[in-house]
Design a protein around this ligand. Structure first.
Ligand code: CTP
Ligand code: MG
Length: 175
């Protein structure tokens, strides 16, 4: 895939990660439970509504992309496979986000404290990892250059949109 195709492909993961900032809230995924170390399992920022809304919007964006840009990316994959990949990207983004928070809590980081790798890169790496696990030939389409490009772009988008969310008073911290 060239870089424009990669952006179209990975978009559901980005959207899934961003949507909970707007729609999240309510019951925590860890139900307020503590892990063995006495720290929260995931923390107060991880909620069920955030998880469901992220997955729903991520998958829906994938459906829209397949409907309008099917010809543009991943020739050789059927519409159904692309829909399933959009589902995996959304699921992977949310699981990766949880994994990042889990690791931050284990390291004693309070909710909202920034961590470059956990906040900005783990979710998209997990999303891509699920897709490649489902369809190993996909790795040939992405490659190391593609991965490096996605990580760099994810970082830039994350910085921009978190600053924006802070200005719109959706987030208390600008990261
Ligand atoms: N959010 C949510 N449910 C999720 C993920 C995120 O409700 N599963 C919402 C929360 O309102 C959270 C916001 O999105 O405050 C931003 O998420 P994130 O930046 O991941 O939370 P942090 O406060 O930075 O927490 P952490 O330290 O665990 O990364
Ligand atoms: Mg964060």
């Amino acid at each position: 895939m060239d870089l424009a195709q990669l952006v179209v492909f990975v978009f559901p993961a980005w959207l899934a990660n961003a949507v909970p900032v707007v729609f999240g809230g309510g019951n925590r995924i860890d139900w307020g439970k503590k892990f063995w170390d006495g720290q929260p399992v995931f923390g107060k920022s991880k909620t069920w509504r955030g998880l469901y809304s992220g997955m729903a919007f991520g998958f829906a964006s994938g459906a829209v992309i397949v409907a309008f840009f099917n010809e543009f990316y991943l020739a050789g994959y059927s519409v159904y496979e692309k829909l399933y990949l959009a589902f995996l990207l959304s699921l992977g983004a949310m699981l990766g986000d949880l994994l990042g928070s889990f690791i931050k809590r284990r390291r004693g980081f309070k909710e909202g404290r920034p961590s470059l790798v956990m906040d900005k890169l783990v979710f998209v790496a997990t999303a891509l990892g699920l897709c490649v696990a489902y369809s190993p030939p996909l790795w040939a389409e992405i490659g190391w250059t593609g991965l490096a490009f996605i990580l760099a772009l994810t970082y830039a988008l994350h910085v921009f949109f978190n600053a924006l969310a802070h200005r719109l008073k959706l987030k208390s911290v600008p990261w």
